[in-house]
Design a protein around this ligand. Structure first.
Ligand code: ADP
Ligand code: ZN
Length: 616
């Protein structure tokens, strides 16, 4: 491993030793952290010793350290493959602030800047180099790497190699060649993608069969989950956002049009919101993304085009105004909240119309029938989670094959258990009305028939003469909608892809025959107590500490702005919270807090001490 090559011995702050450095020492000195978390240490030691690794850990588990620490322990430069320029930029900036020689090589640099990075690489001055996959595989770059001592290859967002995931990037496929071109250099692939097919694909495609797999529970205990029926979506969203004043988060909508409308609507009501979707002018889009990264108190309203590679650790909420297409997508999108481990909320408002619309989108796509079938079943799996009265966390994890005992205490169903009612008769009526009307209508018309409304459609199809006409008039419209949704979620009704027509499934039979009772959730609107998340946090921290915390945040914002970097690059919320609680009076005391390594202590210690002296 030691390099025998003659190389200018420039004074890089770390590395440049022939012996391997101790991971714990690096963790403490450079990153200011006292201990590894979960699987980190095992991964780090394995890679430092030269082993290949596949790291499957949920967002926020601390995957970056799994390659950053080995990169500083081993001689040479670590090559980090990363799909997004924005992500590289932030990681490099954060590392530099910690006193680490890191750089990125990508198309956003000027030719001069690129040359500078290449010179540094040549001179052995870099410890980490971030590159895009397409650049890594060019002949020129490969040649350059052959002349350089490489400590390891890290392949971040490794699920991009798989066609099963929704972030497939063909360039990732070529990465399999690294194993052949650089035998003996450890490779580490990392992802937060939970589904088994994608995982298998990563191992296969990146030739990591010999690598050790490190995996952990995919639970995100600091994220609270709530799913509500959409009634007046925007107002519900406003209610939800009122709990997050002064904090930033993401609001997902299905269409570009809705993104723009929603952002405008929120701004009109005094809630700062910016839009983001693929159809926008690229400059405005990237400006909005930057604003989201650097500002607090901003709702970024976006389509799913936004999010991959967004590393912002303090996203306090993710709201969905429309239902995503699968549990995988839902979990990935909500997973962008709370990377820093602090309390965060995932909230969704949905309606049966979403299911019909999604089904239509699937139907109109040009994927083969087999793929469409998979997509529909994925959609139904998410609907079941929306409709469940059980613990959401348990249901979500079960979908990924992970057992959870339930009663998490941190989802809407656990906090306020749902009321249920005996809906055996109502279910029978609903199912037979679908059947009698020929399984060719959407929920709206079938409910009209049940409630005995003589609409034009009812008249023209002669549905007023059916036995089911008017049998359900004692049940109100909303309750009927809820019945149809829940029966769909239970898999008794299937929403046809073309016109949103409802069809019965095999599972509906025993219910139609009255052989099986049906318990449904009562939709008594669970009054979301307007608990202000900030107040919750203040309570957890103590009022005095919370006031100091706010002062520290202001100082952080000032320092970040002066350097044009996101606030979390200066310090994470976790660090500020520890500071507010411990109130260190000297640099020595401050050095003991999480997230304050040598370089940051020198750089920021005095400014924050000054704030602490006058605060509170
Ligand atoms: P991931 O890439 O897995 O989503 P990150 O690498 O972004 O996670 O880390 C998530 C957060 O956890 C960061 O704020 C990071 O500083 C913090 N973190 C990681 N490892 C540790 C540790 N051992 N002790 C304390 N905080 C940690
Ligand atoms: Zn729960």
């Amino acid at each position: 491993m030691a390099s025998g090559r003659a190389r200018a011995n420039h004074a890089a702050p770390f590395g440049e030793h022939d012996a391997l450095r101790d991971p714990l020492e690096i963790l403490r000195e450079v990153f200011g952290l006292s201990a590894f978390r979960g699987q980190q240490e095992a991964v780090v030691r394995h890679v430092v010793a030269g082993g290949d690794a596949v790291v499957l850990l949920p967002t926020g588990a601390g995957k970056s350290l799994c390659y950053q620490v080995p990169a500083l322990c081993r001689p040479g430069v670590a090559i980090i493959v990363s799909p997004l320029i924005a992500l590289m930029r932030d990681q490099v900036e954060a590392l530099r602030q910690q006193g680490v020689e890191a750089a990125a090589l990508n198309s956003a640099l000027t030719p001069d800047e690129q040359r500078e990075v290449r010179d540094k690489l040549h001179a052995g001055e870099l410890k980490l180099l971030y590159v895009a996959p397409e650049r890594l595989m060019t002949a020129g770059f490969q040649q350059m790497l052959r002349e350089t001592e490489i400590s390891l290859f890290a392949i971040d967002e490794a699920h991009c190699v798989s066609q099963w995931g929704h972030d497939f990037r063909p360039e990732y496929r070529a990465l399999s060649a690294i194993a052949e071109n650089f035998p003996g250099v450890p490779r580490i692939a990392l992802t937060a993608t939970a589904d088994p097919q994608t995982r298998a694909d990563i191992i296969e495609r990146l030739q990591l069969k010999e690598g050790q797999v490190f995996a952990a529970s995919f639970d995100r205990p600091n994220i609270s989950y709530s799913i509500v029926q959409r009634d007046n979506g925007k107002e519900q969203l406003r209610d939800f956002l009122s709990r997050h004043e002064g904090r930033s988060g993401i609001v997902y909508c299905l269409s570009r049009k809705k993104v723009e409308e929603t952002a405008e609507w929120l701004n009109g009501r005094g809630i700062r919101a910016l839009a983001y979707h693929a159809g926008m002018d690229a400059r405005i889009r990237s400006r909005n993304q930057d604003a989201f990264l650097t500002e607090d108190n901003l709702a970024l309203v976006a389509t799913v085009a936004f999010g991959m590679g967004i590393d912002k650790p303090d996203v306090r909420y993710v709201a969905h105004l429309d239902m995503p297409g699968s549990v995988e997508a839902y979990y990935q999108e909500t997973g962008r909240a709370g990377r820093d481990g602090e309390l965060s909320e995932a909230w969704m408002a949905y309606g049966l119309g979403d299911v019909a619309q999604r089904n239509r989108m699937i139907g109109q796509g040009d994927a083969p029938e087999e793929v469409k079938r998979i997509e529909r079943s994925k959609l139904n799996a998410l609907l079941s989670i929306c409709e469940t009265t059980a613990c959401r966390r348990q249901s979500i994890l079960a979908h990924f094959g992970e057992a959870h005992p339930g009663n998490c205490g941190n989802c809407d169903n656990c906090r306020a258990p749902a009321d249920t009612w005996d809906a055996t008769e109502a279910a029978k009526m609903a199912l037979s009305a679908i059947y009698r009307t020929g399984q060719t209508f959407g929920a709206g018309h079938v409910i009209d028939v049940l409630r005995g409304k003589t609409t034009d459609k009812v008249i023209s199809f002669g549905h007023g003469n059916l036995g089911v006409f008017e049998v359900g008039k004692d049940i109100d419209q909303k309750t009927w909608q809820s019945v149809f949704r829940q029966l769909t979620g239970m898999g008794l009704i299937r929403v046809d892809s073309e016109f949103g027509a409802l069809k019965l499934t095999e599972a509906a039979r025993p219910i139609l025959r009255g052989e099986q009772p049906v318990l449904l959730r009562r939709e008594a609107p669970r009054k979301q107590t307007k608990k202000d998340a900030r107040r919750e946090q203040a309570a957890a921290m103590g009022d005095a500490a919370h006031a100091v915390f706010d002062d520290l945040r202001a100082e952080r914002a000032r320092l970040a702005k002066a350097q044009g970097v996101p606030p979390y690059v200066v310090f994470h919320d976790t660090t500020l919270r520890a500071m507010a609680e411990a109130r260190p009076a000297t640099l020595e005391e401050m050095a003991g807090l999480p997230g304050i390594g040598k370089a940051k202590l020198e750089r920021y210690g005095d400014s924050f001490l000054a704030v602490l002296r006058t605060a509170g």
